[in-house]
Structure formats: structure tokens, C-alpha cells
Design a protein around this ligand. Structure first.
Ligand code: GUN
Ligand code: ZN
Length: 483
């Protein structure tokens, strides 16, 4: 078992965990700032003050430059970067995917990462882009698997070893790849080649990649979403079970004069105000920031602050059991994110398997909330309620109906449930007083299913004024509806 990772708290398919590395324990979910060993405006030694626990850098870049290579081989990676916490090293696969060819073998780059004392090493996987022909995805996956197995045979306790999951945009290949890696017991499982999906706002396809990969992995292992550094999608990715992130975004966006927020990105030249209270933003006006000689460094610093701020909020949401509320909020900032939310809830049956049975009050945040795993869980358990004799289905506020064998409350998006559960999770949900069509539809579907499961009972439905939905016609055929 993967005893290097201990999960301490869960919400949806997300979790807070502790990852043990040779240079200490990190609490996940967390984001690793990407350190460019050639040019780095913000020093690695400063990264902790932003909230970083672990860094990631590129062993291929280090190995290609004599000065860096010599120092790393002699004094170690931690001395080279002047950082004594955990450092993950990538292999040069990304350079491979951009330039097509690199001058190092899998064996050499694994050996190099071991020699310089990396905490988590990465083999030379092939990041197969989205939408390639299936034959290419399959053959590259085969090569990736061979290299990963070779690497597994070379690494013992000296460093942790990552096993990247590839498979392009073929969910079955992603799942199969994950299942194969699972047998070889890697320490961390990055989901690879998702950068092109994020660059083109294909967040719904990203959800498919995450869920299909996760389905093939042991649920107790740490998962890294390779190249994901925009805080806008942390809540979503964490809710789907990603634990590690890496951000080159903080620096790359800054280079383009872009100012990151958890709700999206601004161009600094379009900002009249700085909507942030980090140390940079409280000590500069928007005009000062635009005109500063070190504008890009200021932006990089701000970008890092908001990146870690969002990750702390995600973690607090897991503690409180309202991560899905945060996901729904974040996914309303861009239509492509809204599509991702809908895609995520198309997997509510899978999320439900991981979601704790009881947590804090369910807040209805919009039509998508009707598809939440908690609602699906209730739908799946309707056959546990046995109802005989007469039954009233009434609004929670109307308590005057006494002469029935069964007292049921109707509350959207759940439907009808025994009145004594009204204060029990998730039926104690905070909902809108007039349900929208999605919520009412889900509740009526469940109510109809419950009635059909109890054909010998006689149901009376007390309909609140103003509630309209096509399913009332169907309900009227199996229950008496009173206005
Ligand atoms: N960085 C971003 N994506 C990838 C990937 O798929 N593989 C590796 N090794 N590094 C990456
Ligand atoms: Zn700021």
C-alpha cells in the first residue's frame, strides 16, 4: 500500500492528505511553483513565504547546462536551488512534446534525477496531445509504459517515482493506462498532456481525462494534474481527486502582463483597480503597477499570492464539507467552466462513491445542484423506504395533515421523504423557496419513483400554489393531487 500518502479528510472525490517525501511531509492539495533553473525572478528560498511547501523544476534543463549540471551533481539539487524542502523534478518530456526530440534517454534522466537528490522523479513519458488518431495514442502509450516500468526497476527508496498517465483524449485508454500503472506501484500519479486542453479552455474534456484516469487508479494514491496552475480550476480538479498541481502560470502570465484571480485573468493594462489585498496589491495602485520597471515581477508575486490563497480556500472547503459549493461558484465565471461543471455532475455516480455520507448543510446554488451526488444517492436509495396504507406528501411548512399512516415532506431537489428526516443531512438543505425547473423536475422524478415502488400505498400530494411542471401530469395518474 502507498503508506507515503495518508488521507485525513474528504469531500466529494477531493481530499486533504499528507505526502511523505525524503525532504519532509507536505499537506495536499498543494501547488508546486515551477522553478526555471536558468532565470528565476522570485528566488526558491522565498517561495515558502507565499505558501509553497514543495517546488518543481526540470532535470533536463539542469542536465543540459554544464554549470547547473556540475553544481547539481556535486552539491545536490537542494543546494543548487537553495531550498531545503521537497523538490520534484520533471524529465524533459514536455520539451520532447514541444521540440519533437531531445538528447537524453529515459535511463539517463532517471539516473540523473537520483544522483542530484530529487524528491520525486519523473520518467521520460510521451505527452500524447489531444485528438490524435487512436493508433498513435496507443503506440505512444505502449512506449510510455515500457519506460515507466524501466524506471520503476531503477528506483528504490532514494526518491519517490511518478508514473504519468497518458492516453490522449481516449477515456478508455486513460483508464487502461492507469490500471496498468497501478500494478507497478508508483508513488505519485501525474495526469499528463492536459496543458493543451487547458490552453484551449476545454475544461469539460479535462474532466473526462481526470475521471477516466482516476477510475483506473487506486483511490488512496496521490494524483498530480501536470501543468495545472490557474487557481480558477483548483476547486474543480480537487473535487475530482487531484492532490498536486504545478504552476508555471504565475510567471508565464506575468510575462504577458496578466493578473490572475480565482475567477479569471485580467490584463494589467485594463485594470483601473487592483481587486486583491495581497502585499503587492495593497502597496501599489493599478497605475503604479502598470508603470513599474519591475511590473512583471510584481505581477508574478501577486499571481503566486492568489494561487496559494485559493488553495487554502479549497482546503478549508474540504474541512467544512462545502467544496461542491465552491466548485459551483468557480464554474460560473466562464461558460467553458460551466460546461465542466455539468460534465463533472454527469459523473455524480462515481463522485458519490467517494463523497462522505454526512457533511455540512447542502446549499442549492443553481440548476446544476440538482445533479449533485447527494441527490443521486437519495434517488438510488428510494427502494429502502417501504410505505403502506395512506401517505401524505406535503410542503415542510404545512403540518396540519394528521389522518394519514405516513407523513412525507416534499422538498426539491430531493422529492418526498419521511417528515422526521427534515432536519437530517442532506434533507436539511438550504434551497430556494420556489424551485427552478431542474430542481422541481428531479424532485418529481424521485417522488414518482417512490410511489411506483410502493404500488399498494395510497398517496395524496399537496401542491403548493405556483408550482408548475410537466411531470405533475404523470404524478396525477398515480397520486391524488390537491391544490
Ligand atoms: N508537463 C506538463 N505535461 C506533462 C506531461 O504529460 N509529462 C511530463 N513529464 N511533464 C509534463
Ligand atoms: Zn494581489
Amino acid at each position: 500500500m502507498s503508506s507515503i500518502f495518508e488521507i485525513t479528510q474528504k469531500d466529494a472525490a477531493g481530499r486533504i492528505g499528507k505526502l511523505k517525501t525524503p525532504h519532509g511531509v507536505v499537506e495536499t492539495p498543494t501547488v508546486m511553483p515551477v522553478i526555471n533553473p536558468n532565470l528565476q525572478a522570485i528566488k526558491p528560498s522565498e517561495m515558502r513565504s507565499f505558501g509553497a511547501q514543495m517546488l518543481i523544476t526540470n532535470s533536463y534543463i539542469i542536465s543540459r547546462k554544464e554549470e547547473l549540471r556540475e553544481k547539481a551533481m556535486k552539491e545536490g539539487l537542494h543546494a543548487l536551488l537553495d531550498f531545503d524542502g521537497p523538490i520534484m523534478t520533471d524529465s524533459g518530456s514536455f520539451q520532447l512534446s514541444v521540440y519533437g526530440d531531445i538528447e537524453v534517454t529515459n535511463e539517463q534522466i532517471i539516473e540523473f534525477q537520483k544522483t542530484i537528490g530529487s524528491d520525486i522523479g519523473v520518467p521520460l513519458d510521451i505527452p500524447t496531445p489531444p485528438d490524435v488518431p487512436r493508433s498513435r495514442a496507443e503506440s505512444e502509450l505502449e512506449t510510455t509504459l515500457e519506460r515507466l516500468i524501466e524506471a520503476r526497476g531503477m528506483v528504490n527508496d532514494e526518491m519517490l517515482l511518478a508514473g504519468p498517465v497518458q492516453g490522449s483524449t481516449y477515456p478508455d485508454l486513460r483508464q487502461k493506462a492507469a490500471e496498468s500503472l497501478r500494478e507497478h506501484k508508483f508513488d505519485v500519479y501525474p495526469l499528463g498532456a492536459v496543458v493543451p486542453l487547458m490552453e484551449t479552455y476545454r475544461y469539460a474534456d479535462l474532466v473526462d481525462v481526470i475521471v477516466s484516469s482516476k477510475k483506473g487508479l487506486d483511490p488512496t494514491v496521490p494524483v498530480h494534474l501536470f501543468g495545472a496552475g490557474h487557481p480558477m480550476m483548483f476547486a474543480l480538479a480537487v473535487a475530482l481527486g487531484c492532490d498536486l498541481f504545478d504552476s508555471a502560470a504565475y510567471a508565464l502570465y506575468a510575462k504577458d502582463r496578466r493578473y490572475i484571480t480565482a475567477n479569471g485573468t485580467y490584463h494589467i493594462d485594463n485594470l483601473s483597480y487592483l481587486p486583491c489585498s495581497c502585499p503587492i496589491c495593497v502597496s501599489h495602485t493599478a497605475e503604479e503597477m502598470k508603470k513599474a520597471d519591475n511590473c512583471k515581477e510584481l505581477l508574478a508575486r501577486h499571481n503566486l499570492y492568489v494561487t496559494f490563497e485559493e488553495m487554502r480556500l479549497v482546503k478549508q472547503s474540504i474541512k467544512e464539507g462545502n467544496l461542491l459549493e465552491l466548485v459551483e461558484q468557480r464554474c460560473r465565471t466562464h461558460p467553458r467552466m460551466l460546461e465542466a461543471l455539468k460534465r463533472m455532475y454527469s459523473y455524480s455516480d462515481w463522485i458519490e462513491e467517494h463523497d462522505p455520507a454526512s457533511k455540512s448543510t447542502f446549499f442549492y446554488c443553481g440548476p446544476e445542484s440538482a445533479q449533485r451526488p447527494e441527490v443521486l444517492r437519495f434517488s438510488n436509495k428510494l427502494d429502502r423506504f417501504t410505505i403502506t396504507g395512506s401517505a401524505i406528501i406535503r410542503p415542510a411548512s404545512k403540518k396540519e395533515f394528521k389522518n394519514y399512516d405516513n407523513d412525507l415532506v416534499f422538498k426539491a431537489p430531493f422529492g418526498a421523504f419521511p417528515a422526521e428526516l427534515i432536519e437530517v443531512y442532506p434533507f436539511n438543505a438550504e434551497v430556494i423557496s420556489t424551485p427552478d425547473v431542474e430542481s422541481l423536475g428531479k424532485a418529481l422524478e424521485n417522488t414518482i419513483a417512490l410511489i411506483e415502488l410502493n404500488p399498494d400505498a395510497k398517496f395524496t400530494f399537496i401542491k403548493e400554489e405556483g408550482l408548475e411542471h410537466p411531470l405533475f401530469e404523470k404524478l396525477g395518474k398515480i397520486a391524488e393531487i390537491k391544490e
